[in-house]
Write a protein that binds this ligand. Sequence first.
Ligand code: AMP
Length: 308
Amino acid sequence: MNKLLVVGTVAFDAIETPFGKTDKILGGAATYISLSASQFGVNSGIVSVVGGDFPKEYLEKLNAKNINTDGIEIIEDGKTFFWKGKYHNDLNTRDTLITDLNVLANFNPVVPEEFKNTDFLMLGNLHPAVQMAVIKQIPVRPKLVVLDTMNFWMDNTLDELMEVIAKIDVITINDEEARQLSGEYSLVRAAQKIHKMGPKFVVIKKGEHGALLFNNGNVFFAPALPLEEVFDPTGAGDTFAGGFIGHIAKSGDISFENMKRAVISGSNLASFCVEKFGTERMENLSKEEIEKRLLQFKLLTQFDIELS
Ligand code: AMP
């Protein structure tokens, strides 16, 4: 069984959507990524940090999904990373109201001994200096290193982020972030520029409009499933990334052809994530539901056409 190490925030989120709001609930990039990747039965572990205020039950929820949490440091007298966001009526855009780094501000990650030979590394959204510190603790390069990041780090820590981008194989970012990073409006040009920064594969997420996978000359497009109801988009991007790397880690295949399937797997899982607040839907998801929806993806994109 392939090993997958996930680095990212484990957080408290407070979310406001047109349908309601929550107090502090379980969130964080690493949480969503791991819950999503856990659907593939890989041997996964998280490197992150939380404060003494983080409920033990949340760690147990992750353990119940076979996610190793030995690499989540607990700083007893510190506070857990906190993010608060409010979605606009279209649910495509949101305002970040609060980002309290708390224990993340001075975090020195330690990769557990048993994950130092990880086959796959998923650098989820968090401070690029932490992402780099993790890369440096893994002596043999993993088969694939995937990076997810966001505008917050582009705005605040661009130099450090560029050093990480130079070292990874796949970057997943949303369309706005791809434009910000590259300075190009056209996503095709943006991907070309990002290739030159290091990653051979560039995945550009477009929310309810799907995702694009670029590999130098090759392009693949995966739609998002048109859903009747979207309740809370929080974590959709991370869930997509978790499904993407989970699929690849399960199969061990890093070809472009397999990455196409991985993009579909990621889109499939993200379509569930948005159906309930927070992590709730990802915690209660059956294999049958996942497979049924994969079939819907197939039907959505299949067509015949005669060429003269
Ligand atoms: P997504 O909706 O996929 O962009 O991810 C939302 C998750 O990202 C939430 O659970 C937050 O806790 C987490 N998050 C928000 N801002 C940051 C940040 N600056 N760094 C790392 N994680 C963040």
